[in-house]
Design a protein around this ligand. Structure first.
Ligand code: F6R
Length: 608
């Protein structure tokens, strides 16, 4: 989705802005632009398509100026054209604005602005911001932005410069993330840390309905009611190299290979081996209430939702807690009725997914207690929940979520184990689970060492246009996640089904051209999965099995087998998703897809 990077400081702004825009590319976008201020001159360039098109436009031109704002746009109002690309300006070209989010009342605002002489040059909702700010401006840019905030409905993260106010950028947020970055060389503002991580890891988060004026060596934050806010910078753990490819052809592959460390980072410092109990400090603010909890609702979207579906089985195994999993985009439209002492867990890599945020706000209104499992420290979901656990997985840049799924499963297992140990789970079971968790990083490495075999399977099947993924119990959410991975990056149609549902419909599709990926573990579901595989075989459907090491029977039935090491039933999902990720990756690579930036997709979905 749209991205923002701004800089005011000692250095020339243009190269810093271009570098920042490139760091934001992973979010998905279809046009880009920047405006750089030098005294009372502002130079603006925009281009449809990738950042390289913007660079071509700028060509050999020197753009002087140490203050600038830049944007990648993901079209919502108006097609992806140069005219609709940000920054947008007022009639006189005094004000330049970039904006993430949606101005919901833009139509009526536009009508009124037109009556007072504003000439609109784009189809965007954003342009009303430029005209409104210009109409309020009396020499104080911060005030004009504040007055504009009072007029607009909807969501925004915005940054504004004005010809008559050199060396100053005003930024504001409501619903769309905006952070300030502080460094010796200047001050930054961005929609996410990765845009400025090369220059600083000291960040200040803006809250909703706050605005800030940033200058080369200072920033001041105030509320929409002009109350000054004191907030100091926090240090984020991310390093510049986290946002580099480090020799991998794609971020997705790099992130798949990071997964042994991802698991390690999720459990480091969080377990007491002797007692078989995790220690999750982030839950302490609500611990007294949480340990009595009997109902949990997990709300999330996409891959995070599938991690929630998996967690349901894990909680059922380890605790007495009843878990419901809800798609965040549907949850808020239901008539919500929570049993006493229900906890909502919002799970999100970015911590900014609009549907998940809206879901927790609705749950809050209904009096539920909120927990977050979030990767991005200080993100909106992290701040709007009562307590929670961070993934500590570093930035996930590939649009397709990989390492976060594994991290979410690990964190949820720790959480279930912690609650289970305060309920009926025995010391022996606690210790056994922790041992098995600690063995996972090496087991994932073992699977990664078989990447060539998985690539060979992808070579065999990547031209097949329809795939089925089947699993039961712990294997079912992996079937859904495996199908999602394949379809989103290779554009191969794939469906993830509960294997027991096959005979209620999907079996009609089985034929020699439709491969089935069967997730089959040596657990209580084994014989039933074997029956499903037989049913597919007898209809001559090709089978790729993801099975447990030592399972010889499956070799006789499946056309291809990818083995995963033996672990506890509840941890099989963590291992079995890795071959699914690699299979999707290699199919997409063989089909020549844009793996890190699949068409139409955005990394952080900040609109509903
Ligand atoms: C799929 C994918 C998406 C996200 C979803 C939620 O690979 O990345 O389905 O999982 O958009 O995003 P977060 O976890 O940031 O809330």
């Amino acid at each position: 989705m749209c991205g923002i990077i701004c800089y005011v400081g000692k250095d020339k702004a243009e190269p810093i802005l271009i570098e920042g825009l490139k760091r934001l590319e992973y979010r998905g976008y279809d046009s880009a632009g920047l405006a750089v201020q030098d005294g009372d001159q502002i130079c603006c360039h925009r281009a449809k398509g990738k950042i390289i098109e913007l660079e071509k436009k700028i060509g050999d031109m020197t753009i002087p100026g140490n203050t600038g704002i830049a944007h990648t746009r993901w079209a919502t109002h108006g097609e992806p054209t140069e005219a609709n690309a940000h920054p947008h300006s007022d009639n006189d070209g005094n004000v330049f604005v970039i904006h993430n989010g949606i101005i919901e009342n833009y139509y009526s605002l536009k009508k009124n602005l037109k009556k007072s002489g504003a000439v609109f040059k784009s189809e965007t909702d954003t342009e009303v911001l430029a005209h409104l700010i210009a109409s309020y401006f009396d020499g104080d840019l911060n005030k004009a932005v504040r007055q504009t905030m009072a007029k607009v409905e909807g969501t925004f993260g915005m940054a504004v410069i004005h010809k008559q106010v050199p060396d100053e950028i005003v930024v504001a947020r409501r619903g769309s993330p905006l952070i300030i970055g502080v460094s010796d060389g200047g001050t930054f503002a961005a929609s996410d840390v990765s845009a400025m991580v090369r220059y600083t890891n000291k960040v200040v988060h803006l809250n909703d309905n706050e605005l800030a004026t940033i200058t080369a060596d200072d920033f001041t934050i105030s509320t929409g009611q002009a109350q000054t806010v004191q907030r100091s910078a926090e240090t984020v753990e991310w390093a510049a190299e986290d946002a580099d490819l480090n020799g991998f052809p794609h971020f997705m592959l790099k992130e798949i290979y990071e997964q042994p460390d991802t698991i390690q980072n999720a459990i480091r410092g969080r377990i007491d081996r002797g007692e078989g109990v995790p220690k999750l400090g982030g839950l302490s603010p609500v611990w007294e209430q949480l340990k009595e909890c009997r109902h949990i609702v997990i709300v999330a979207c996409g891959t995070s939702y599938y991690a929630g579906c998996e967690a349901k089985y894990v909680f059922e195994k380890l605790t007495e807690i009843d878990v419901t999993v809800a798609l965040a985009s549907e949850f808020r439209y239901r008539k919500l009725n929570f049993a006493p002492n229900t906890f909502i867990i919002a799970m999100s890599q970015s911590g900014e997914t609009a549907d998940t945020l809206a879901a927790i706000r609705e749950a809050r209104r209904k009096g539920a207690s909120l927990l977050g499992i979030v990767n991005v420290v200080g993100s909106s979901i992290a701040r709007e929940t009562d307590a929670g656990v961070y993934n500590h997985a570093g930035p996930e840049i590939g649009v397709a979520s990989t390492k976060i799924f594994i991290s979410q499963l690990t964190v949820l297992t720790l959480m279930a184990l912690l609650l289970g140990r305060h309920q009926n789970l025995s010391l022996t079971d606690g210790v056994e689970t922790i041992r098995a968790l600690e063995a996972l990083p090496d087991q994932v490495k073992d699977i990664l060492s078989k990447a060539n075999d998985i690539q060979a399977i992808a070579e065999k099947y990547h031209k097949h246009g329809n795939w089925l993924f089947l699993g039961r119990k712990y294997g079912y959410p992996i079937a859904m996640e495996g199908a999602l991975k394949l379809k989103e990056i290779s554009y191969i149609h794939a469906e993830g089904y509960a294997a027991g549902e096959m005979k209620h419909g999907p079996i009609a599709l089985i034929n020699p051209k439709m491969p089935t990926v069967a997730i089959i573990f040596q657990d209580s579901m084994y014989e039933k999965m074997i029956s499903n595989i037989q049913e597919i075989k007898s209809r001559r459907g090709p089978i790729i099995a993801i099975a447990t090491e030592g399972d010889e029977k499956i070799r006789e039935l499946a056309d291809d087998v990818i083995y995963i090491p033996k672990t506890l039933d509840i941890l099989n999902p963590i291992l079995s998703v890795v071959p699914c990720q690699l299979l999707a990756y290699y199919c997409a690579q063989l089909l020549g897809r844009n793996i890190d930036k699949p068409r139409n997709l955005a990394k952080s979905v900040t609109v509903e």
